[in-house]
Ligand binder design. Structure first.
Ligand code: GRF
Length: 193
């Protein structure tokens, strides 16, 4: 069975759905580890409740990104991780992880990339009066949400939508979509090399 590490910094609703999908057979791999850069984030509690091992760290405890990514690498190696899935990890991946996990890091982003990369993609789409936005899963490179796109889903924005209603709809669709894409990547149907 392939082994997945989820990187997340926040609420972890996608993390939870990926774990469920791995336990119901939607994903044929197992979630081996949560990596979280925010001690106290809700996702850490969720991991503990679900019995998933965690590596929680504070970047400020390290001299540099190279140093904390080397520590992450040690953990990934001790948990025999095959694939990294970023689900709300609010940090750019550096060269240390990219080199070791080339083509094996994927990210979930709440817009139709290349539109609205970076923070608050939902707010950006609303502010631009878009009538449509979406979700993208892509391979991670050194840029901000710039790597090769694996798949996307379009989502309508209705005239009466506000931030909360749109963010809720996006999350609901992410919860179904991301596990399915993870499964395709694990099955080798798409690969990042
Ligand atoms: C998701 O909307 C994802 O697209 C973005 O961060 C959010 C994470 O949400 N990258 P959650 O923590 O999984 O609820």
């Amino acid at each position: 069975m392939k082994r997945i590490a989820i990187f997340a910094s926040g609420t972890g609703s996608n993390f939870e759905e990926i774990v469920k999908a791995s336990r119901t057979g939607i994903i044929s791999g197992t979630v081996a580890l949560l990596v979280c850069d925010k001690p106290g984030a809700l996702v850490v509690e969720k991991a503990r409740a679900l019995g998933i091992d965690t590596f929680v760290f504070s970047p400020k405890d390290y001299q540099s990104k190279v140093e904390f990514e080397n520590h992450i690498l040690e953990k990934l190696s001790s948990f025999n991780v095959d694939l990294i899935a970023l689900a709300g990890y609010m940090r750019l991946i550096g060269e240390t992880l990219l080199r070791e996990f080339s083509g094996r890091i994927i990210n979930l982003h709440p817009s139709l990339l290349p539109k609205y990369p970076g923070k608050d993609a939902v707010g950006q789409a609303l502010a631009a009066d878009e009538t449509e936005t979406g979700i993208t899963v892509h391979f991670v490179d050194e840029g901000m949400d710039t790597g090769p796109i694996i798949d996307q889903v379009k989502i309508k924005i209705y005239p009466n939508d506000n931030y909360d209603s749109l963010a809720k709809r996006i999350h609901e669709i992410e919860h179904e979509f991301f596990p399915k894409v993870i499964e395709r990547v694990l099955g080798g149907l798409v690969n990042g090399d």
